[in-house]
Design a protein around this ligand. Structure first.
Ligand code: 5GP
Length: 118
């Protein structure tokens, strides 16, 4: 399946729908999840068109890969979650429970995150 340019995060990246921005640079955008599951729940997404982590790891440049990874740590720090610990998670595809087909890392924190898999 190819990248769907009409997914909700593509629209956020184009500025067609708003988001509560946490961080942005040339490669990455981070914003609060609309339906937070923990005190801190932020999404970190690449600006490039990648549907999931596998697509990203196959097609993205090394710079994009480095920048997305560094942004996860930076955003956790910005949110005050880094020192206490947090969970960075990405869902992939149908069995993985991915709902939005644009790669995103969830950052959960600010409290105990709980069981890894339910
Ligand atoms: P997934 O299940 O694909 O890993 O996670 C998708 C996440 O996107 C969900 O946590 C959901 O709450 C969030 N989400 C869906 N639509 C929007 C939106 O329009 N704005 C924001 N900020 N988050 C959204």
């Amino acid at each position: 399946m190819s990248y769907d340019k009409n997914n909700i995060f593509a629209k956020i990246l184009r500025g067609e729908i708003p988001c509560k921005k946490v961080f942005e640079n040339d490669y990455v955008l981070a914003f609060h999840d609309i339906n937070p599951q923990k005190k801190v729940h932020v999404l970190v997404i690449p600006k490039g068109e990648y549907k999931d982590l596998d697509d990203f790891n196959i097609k993205a440049s090394e710079k994009e890969i480095v920048e997305l990874n560094k942004a996860v740590t930076h955003v956790a720090d910005l949110m005050g979650a880094k020192d206490r610990g947090y969970r960075a998670l990405t869902n992939i595809g149908s069995d993985g429970g991915q709902e939005v087909p644009h790669l995103h890392f969830h950052i959960f924190g600010g409290e105990k995150v709980g069981k890894m898999v339910s």
